[in-house]
Design a protein around this ligand. Structure first.
Ligand code: RIB
Length: 306
């Protein structure tokens, strides 16, 4: 039987507003409607893995509110094992306020809520979840000490650790690099992690900064410019993106990460996995919302975009 993916991370309720342009400082703008969509970088990744037909477990924290119920139902419908998700007292499920402009680009403010109450102790008490997986996916919307604890434990157990470093915190815990096998920043995150302005124009130099502390494999997602891949033992290369018209880029990165892990679980190379992940993200950006935009495996296989 094929292995299992564990996603440890955030679960949010997204409040999505389609706007003509992002409001500038001091500006008030109107929008016709606000949509509630299940999101959160962790939950989106679990949802994507589930829709791609992978055996996947989500581990994180929500509150005891109706947003949590909506989230649980969305993940369960995608085939995700939600039985380990913790319901915390006295905190609300995380929320995210998302504006999407007419070019499909977004800006997001996250109120972490229960995600902030997810502790290293929660990881330790549920270490069986890490023991049971082959690949652990992490992002940075939960407390950093929780991320580090999970990554360290997974690494000590010989698991593959895939880090989507989003959002990059003001102080990135350098310790984390030694536990990570694969890191997948976008160009903005790469700049923040390395301190190199416009890192997309200095890819090999920036990637080397991530490889020095021990990360063996780096993938940089570059939006419509595709992916830069620097994999262990291989020459760095560029994989072009599919040509599509973006409606809403929300969850494109999350879906890429999940699709990458799904293919690695199947034994594909990083190059093959990244090509497939590109196809998944290309569909996600043509649809609105986070989990609402994620395709099933069947939809990916039927999609003909070049
Ligand atoms: O990556 C997209 C996600 O970021 C949204 O779903 C939102 O919840 C924030 O976590």
């Amino acid at each position: 039987m094929m292995g299992k993916i564990l996603v440890i991370g955030s679960l949010n309720m997204d409040m999505v507003m389609q706007v003509d342009h992002m409001p500038a400082e001091g500006e008030t703008i109107l929008c016709d409607e606000m949509k509630l969509v299940p999101g959160g970088k962790g939950a989106n990744q679990a949802c994507a893995a589930g829709k791609l037909g992978v055996d996947v477990t989500m581990f994180g924290a929500v509150g005891r509110d109706s947003y949590a119920d909506i989230q649980m139902n969305s993940l369960a419908a995608a085939g995700v094992d939600t039985s380990g998700i913790l319901r915390k007292d006295g905190v609300n499920t995380g929320t995210a306020f998302i504006t999407v402009n007419r070019r499909g680009n977004n800006s997001i403010v996250v109120v972490p809520g229960a995600n902030s109450a997810f502790t290293p102790d929660d990881i330790e008490k549920n270490r069986n979840l890490i023991e049971a997986c082959e690949i652990l996916i992490l992002q940075l919307e939960i407390p950093l000490d929780t991320v580090c604890y999970a990554a360290k434990l997974a690494k000590s157990l010989g698991k593959t650790v895939l880090l989507d470093p989003a959002p990059v915190p003001e102080y990135f815990p350098e310790e984390l690099y030694q536990y990570v096998d694969i890191i997948k920043p976008n160009e903005t995150e790469l700049s923040k992690l390395t301190g190199i302005v416009n890192a997309q124009d200095h890819l090999s130099e920036a990637v080397q900064i991530l490889k020095n502390p021990g990360v063996k494999n780096v993938l940089v997602t570059l939006g419509e410019k595709g992916v830069y891949l620097d994999a262990e033992g291989k020459e760095a290369c560029h994989i072009p993106a599919r040509k599509v018209t973006a409606v809403d880029t929300t969850a494109a990165g999350d879906s890429f990460t999940a699709a990458l892990a799904a293919m690695l679980l199947e034994g594909k190379t990083l190059y093959e996995a990244a090509e497939f992940a590109n196809r998944v993200s290309a569909i996600v950006v043509t649809r609105e919302g986070a989990q609402s935009s994620i395709p099933t495996l069947q939809e990916v296989l039927e999609n003909k975009s070049e």
